[in-house]
Design a protein around this ligand. Structure first.
Ligand code: DGL
Length: 270
């Protein structure tokens, strides 16, 4: 049985696990959400690196996955190197889909919608310099939109005018500079794609990293040759670092094929 741990600060991991389930229906997915330390986009870099690498060391020992997908741009763009040094298993990070966006844009004006931390990271600037050199990138960092994605999964009402306001720089850039591509550089945001598509001009294409990540997992683990292909037929497990007893959250998780959350209690404390 192939066992993949999908890790995020919150429910953003679902946009990645959903794609992994499409590409790898035989895999058992374990969602680990560090909701006790949410939101990552507002945290100090050094603290975040320690928090995530400690937590994933414990998760590796306790949950014994074959690999870990860090389904969080905010953590991947700062902590990947440390995590790879500390853990023994393959680690696949999720970073903003700047390269694919630069390949499909006609106007060479693209948007990057991510957390405040991700838009300000040197890792992100390096990706832009390397892959989108000839493009203008309009960046918006929003923690509020991350919270709105959490609300949507819990079935709560979303204010469309609030989302519109967050998206306004892209709407203006579409009108004035023909911005035609928007990178969803936070794994929470594909959970809002229906709402984003309804608000944004139709000429804007949304791009995220989920399919590329699923293909990368297949490559890294060389799956075709080594794994039983029988589809996983049960609900997947979900762990959280802070218990939330909420039937609306459970309903949202169920829609993505996950059981109600359990608390992740590391047996080995640092
Ligand atoms: N889902 C995470 C990402 O992809 C971040 C959410 C947060 O700020 O905690 O960046």
């Amino acid at each position: 049985m192939l066992n993949i741990l999908v890790f995020d600060s919150g429910v953003g991991g679902l946009s990645i696990s959903h794609r992994l389930a499409d590409y790898l229906p035989m895999a058992e997915l374990i969602l680990l959400s560090d909701n006790a330390y949410f939101p990552y986009g507002e945290k100090d870099d050094t603290e975040l690196i320690m928090r995530v690498s400690d937590l994933l060391c414990k998760a590796e020992l306790q949950l014994k996955p074959d690999c870990i997908v860090i389904a969080c741009n905010t953590a991947s763009t700062v902590a990947l190197e440390t995590i790879r040094k500390r853990l023994q298993i393959p680690i696949i990070g999720v970073v903003p889909a700047i390269k694919p966006a630069a390949e499909i844009t006609s106007s060479k004006v693209v948007g990057l919608l991510a957390t405040p931390a991700t838009v300000n990271r040197s890792y992100t600037a390096d990706l832009i310099n390397k892959y989108a050199d000839g493009c203008t990138v309009v960046s918006v960092g929003s923690t509020r939109l991350v919270e709105i994605a959490e609300m949507k999964l819990r079935g709560q009402n979303i204010s469309l005018s609030e989302v519109s306001e967050i998206l306004n720089p892209f709407i203006i850039a579409e009108r004035e500079y023909s911005l035609d591509t928007l990178i969803l550089g936070c794994t929470h945001f594909p959970l809002l794609s229906n709402i984003l598509e309804a608000i944004l001009p139709q000429s804007i294409t949304l791009v995220d990293s989920s399919s590329a990540i699923a293909r990368q997992v297949i490559n890294v683990l060389n799956i075709e040759d080594t794994v039983d292909q029988t589809p996983f037929s049960k609900l997947h497990q979900c762990f959280m670092t802070k218990m939330e007893s909420n039937s609306d959250l459970n309903t949202g998780l169920l829609q993505y094929g996950f059981k109600s959350p359990e608390i992740f209690q590391p047996r080995i404390l640092s």
